[in-house]
Design a protein around this ligand. Sequence first.
Ligand SMILES: Nc1ncnc2c1ncn2[C@@H]1O[C@H](COP(=O)(O)OP(=O)(O)OP(=O)(O)O)[C@@H](O)[C@H]1O
Ligand SMILES: [Mg+2]
Length: 371
Amino acid sequence: MIRISNLVKHFGDVEAVRGVSLDVPQGAFLVLVGPSGCGKSTMLRMLAGLETPSGGTIAFDGALVSDGERHWTVEAAKRNAGLVFQSYALWPHMTVAGNVDWPLKVAKWGTEQRRDRVQQVLDLLAIGDLAERFPNEISGGQQQRVAIARMIAPQPGILLFDEPLSNLDAKLRVEMRSELLKIHRATGATSVYVTHDQVEAMTMASHVAVMNHGLVEQFGSPETLVAEPATAFVATFLGTPPNNLIAVEPDDGGARFAGCRLPTRRTVDRPVSFMYRAEDLKLAEAANGETLALEFAEASPIAGRYMVTGTLGETRLTAVVDSPPRLLPGDTVHFRVPGEPAAVFAQSGERLAQDHPADHPEDRSVRGWAL
Ligand SMILES: Nc1ncnc2c1ncn2[C@@H]1O[C@H](COP(=O)(O)OP(=O)(O)OP(=O)(O)O)[C@@H](O)[C@H]1O
Ligand SMILES: [Mg+2]
């Protein structure tokens, strides 16, 4: 189990990580996801022991390994955690087998044990036949596998990955994703995997932490994050396509956007954002009082259906529909929203709770969102 408590990291004036607390269960596959610069690599480097936190603590299996208050950290080589970077450097003068053997030599494994273990991990990564080649004699994807083999060889209890697949082509990425999950299962190690690719996050994770500006906005299972996003940021970061947000103005207790009343039974008394799922937006043939007129931007096929995007000023809405609209970019596209938004967010980004139990959705006299 990894326990991260109130973790902070400053680089001079830059607050890269601003107070993160997470409990990662034994054997979990945690994905840290978030936009560029949000602090993912810094988190991982602190877990690996390559950076000392400015505040807060990290414990592995109940034992403290980093303490920011005391400026103390167990060094990388001594904390039973293996790390693979995006730019993994293999030792060019060593063969594939030599690269994988090196950390075992450093850890003072016996000769026979080392030979067996190298063979075992090369086989696990399906690169046994490359053992005697040098790094410049194998492909980028194969080098990636060697880097992973080298990491798992000494059997670390924790596997840390920093965007390990970002150098690979799309097809290889998909293959390597399942390979990595296989390795994760085979080793039983707790894994922390950094990516800014939300598809990777959603397909691989048992747990996801969505980071933004040095903070974790939400931590949970991929299913929970999609079904119940806690903030507007999470709602629009995850999902394919992500959820739609519309900034609405209060209008006599209702919600107004672009001159249109958006249907809701709730009372709206301040500017908020309505969230709609892409599959809940419909296309309408023509304008009527209940449709939004947007400028058609694009349509693209997705799993036998079509993703249709329209824009109106800053607002960008995407619907998933069965057949593509016969429109050209610049044409007007009419979207119809469902009877209620799937969620409502305050301007601060926080999700607003319903002020009545959701188990009476048919009750039309409900009072509205707790604003
Ligand atoms: N050694 C450093 N010195 C100064 N600032 C740093 C240092 N390392 C990281 N930062 C800053 O800390 C912030 C977080 O960086 P970090 O590398 O953790 O982001 P990231 O989420 O991994 O981004 P990316 O997806 O682009 O890799 C950034 O603003 C970055 O510029
Ligand atoms: Mg990074």
